[in-house]
Design a protein around this ligand. Structure first.
Ligand SMILES: [Zn+2]
Length: 338
């Protein structure tokens, strides 16, 4: 899970002066050479608010374009937050993978890539590689903390949660969990992820940046409960970090520290078909229980395949679409972290 260093010079044009006091609303210009515009760029809104000494926090949404709660809440913050409200430096990017966000898709409509599998990026790569490289080579070296907010996208529906990884550095692990608990979503989940090696969170971890992510809804829609968790969570997390005054934060909200310790917690569809889940989000389930069934409506005489949970705990997320393909996760279980 070692990412190579991002050392080459970034190809992204940014005229923000990150050292300047005050509020700057600008764009990142990421090269996108096209048949009709050789010097064309994709303009990604970025807002930087600086007021005196304090931590530098990169707060971003829209790494996946079909995850909406954070895009709304972070754009709101960019619009409303003033330098007098801030201590230190806040770098705010509501829709980091901008072409995907405008397309409402997880993957880039430009190069087909998942930005969260491209870190630390490559200056000589495609659009998503170049964007990831800018974040890792230019933004992260300035940052103490990254809050990279996600939801379940088209594929999954989640109990609103923040997430982080197990870290070897005990002090940083504790600071990371404390930030997740301060955010105040129903769960903070220490997760063993599928294919985490090239994510923004792993990139942060390898550079000593405290990082949390999230799953704040899903199903390719804006979830009202997810919006509350996102708006309040951002305010609590920034207050916890000292970037905004504590008096502006909503009251603390109880969060349960949970874990996905291994891949037994994931249930994958062995075949494609129509997935019928048997439980709702947050339900208590036991290893061996039937999680749901895959139905074959094109072959009504074929018996459905029953999928069983590989671990006991609570149902953290379920497949948000009726159709599944072989290999799609249909459920993930969380258990209390001990
Ligand atoms: Zn995501």
């Amino acid at each position: 899970m070692n990412q190579p260093a991002a050392t080459a010079k970034s190809r992204v044009i940014c005229t923000v002066d990150f050292e300047r006091e005050g509020k700057q609303a600008d764009v990142l210009r990421v090269p996108h050479s096209r048949n009709d515009s050789g010097w064309g760029v994709v303009q990604i809104p970025i807002t930087v608010i600086r007021n005196g000494d304090g931590p530098t926090v990169l707060l971003n949404g829209g790494v996946h374009g079909d995850e909406y709660e954070s895009q709304i809440a972070i754009a709101e913050l960019a619009r409303t937050l003033q330098p007098k409200d801030v201590r230190g430096r806040l770098i705010v990017v509501p829709a980091l993978h901008f072409p995907a966000a405008m397309n409402g898709s997880r993957l880039s409509p430009i190069d087909g890539k998942d930005l969260n599998r491209c870190f630390p990026g490559r200056a000589e790569g495609t659009f998503a590689d170049v964007l990831a490289h800018y974040v890792s080579a230019v933004l992260l070296p300035m940052c103490d903390v990254n809050i990279d907010l996600h939801s379940g996208g088209r594929g999954m529906d989640f109990v609103p949660s923040t997430t982080s990884h197990v870290l070897d550095d005990a002090a940083r692990f504790e600071r990371t969990n404390a930030l997740g608990l301060a955010f105040g979503a129903p769960y903070h989940v220490v997760i063993k992820e599928v294919d985490a090696g090239y994510t923004l969170m792993t990139c942060c971890e390898q550079r000593g940046v405290v990082a949390i992510s999230s799953e704040l809804g899903g199903g390719n829609r804006v979830n009202p409960g997810g919006m509350v968790a996102t708006r309040q969570g951002i305010a609590r997390a920034l207050a916890h970090l000292g970037v905004v005054p504590a008096r502006t934060a909503p009251a603390p909200s109880p969060t349960r520290l949970m874990t996905v310790p291994d891949y037994d917690c994931y249930a994958f569809a062995p075949r494609g078909g129509l997935y019928e889940p048997y439980h709702g989000l947050g339900d208590a389930v036991a290893k061996g229980d039937a999680a749901g069934a895959i139905h074959f409506v094109d072959d009504p005489h074929r018996e459905p395949i029953v999928i069983r949970y590989g671990a006991s705990g609570e149902l953290w997320c379920v497949r948000a679409q009726g159709h599944v393909q072989a290999g799609d996760p249909v459920a993930v279980i969380v258990a209390p972290y001990r």
